[in-house]
Design a protein around this ligand. Structure first.
Ligand code: ADE
Ligand code: ZN
Length: 345
């Protein structure tokens, strides 16, 4: 990961950047303050902040909902395909510099439809950049349509129908937004439909919500991956099940600190999760809001915990194994990581 290493001659050289897959990333959460102002100006929109400093002062969150309020408000600047494309390009450029070699990118279509932005506008804007991401940035990508769990299942079903009807290039569905009070079982029919359509399945669970939501996401929705999942540590039987099933947990350490799911990074359960043999990876969630991209997450983890080279390689290998990429692409990335000799729990 980033940073520097001392050599014998005392010259500082960059530490090796491990190739990783980023599996938990909301494209709308990559909208940096500067781009928010640039898009507002391009679209002739007035922002409720006098300038960058006033906007940045709002990036102080007390819980998930306090973040979501700002996250949805800032999306108002995304109006055209070009806006969605510019945001996506900016993420991929930064992610490539962080060592990301494969990214599975969530977008929230309902958050744009509710503002009067057409499905085609948001999907085509993001997808147009993803289509050539490997050539342009060295990052293979796929798109995940995420559904807002604080809205109805009927709304989600209608949007999924429309995505399928327009032939949107989505590989998977996800479930995000306000977790507590919106358990996975609310979306049983949505996940059944997505499975029938051949889509891969993931869902946020156990971020602020209880360990039982993780169990419900596995048993009722049949998800293959859990986004966050840190609350599994409250339930030893569940930990055993996740370890035995090698079920991927896409953990987002800086997000968990900024949204107060944990008090400080030193209190984060990631080392305990690794020690338990869980299949965890490190992801940035909403990097523009939480103080960093994947490399920043690794750097801060390294500063707080004594992560061994083996642990770091294991986290990178887990991210690649847990991706929805083709077996061929996974093999390519594993080869790049460690000549194919990579640990996997
Ligand atoms: N949408 C964007 N980021 C999210 C998060 N961390 N949890 C739930 N929904 C989200
Ligand atoms: Zn998330």
């Amino acid at each position: 990961m980033p940073g520097t290493e001392e050599t014998e001659s005392d010259v500082l050289v960059p530490a090796r950047l491990l190739p990783v897959a980023e599996l938990h990333l909301h494209i709308e959460g990559t909208l940096q303050p500067e781009l928010i102002f640039a898009l507002a100006e391009r679209n002739g929109l007035e922002l409720p902040y006098s300038g960058l400093d006033e906007l940045r002062e709002r990036y102080e969150f007390t819980d998930l909902q306090s973040f979501l309020d700002l996250y949805y408000a800032n999306m108002a600047v995304l109006r055209t395909e070009q806006d969605f494309a510019d945001m996506t390009r900016a993420y991929l450029e930064r992610a490539a510099a962080a060592g990301v070699r494969h990214a599975e990118i969530m977008m929230d279509p309902q958050a744009h439809l509710s503002r009067g932005v057409a499905l085609e506008t948001c999907v085509n804007g993001v997808a147009s950049v993803l289509a050539t991401s490997e050539q342009d940035f060295g990052v293979s990508t796929l798109l995940i349509a995420a559904f807002l769990r604080d809205l109805s299942e009927e709304s989600a079903l209608e949007v999924l129908d429309n995505l399928l009807a327009m032939g949107a290039p989505i590989a998977a569905i996800g479930l995000d937004s306000a977790e507590v009070g919106n358990p996975p079982a609310k979306f049983e029919r949505l996940y059944a439909k997505a499975r029938e359509a051949g889509l891969r399945l993931t869902a946020h669970a156990g971020e602020e919500g209880p360990a039982s939501y993780i169990i419900e996401a596995l048993d009722v929705l049949g998800v293959e991956r859990i986004d966050h999942g840190i609350r599994c540590m409250d339930d030893p039987d569940l930990v055993e099940r996740l370890v035995d099933g090698r079920i991927p947990l896409t953990v987002c350490p800086l997000s968990n600190v900024r949204l107060r799911a944990v008090d400080t990074l030193a209190d984060h359960p990631l080392p305990a999760m690794l020690a338990a043999g869980l299949n965890v990876s490190v992801n940035s969630d909403d990097p523009a809001y939480f103080g960093g991209y994947v490399d920043d997450n690794f750097a801060q983890l390294e500063a707080v915990f004594a992560l061994s080279e083996f642990d770091k390689a294991r986290l990178a290998a887990n991210s690649i194994h847990s991706s929805f990429a083709s077996e061929e692409r996974k093999a390519e990335l594993l080869e790049e990581l460690n000549g194919g000799e990579v640990p996997h729990p």
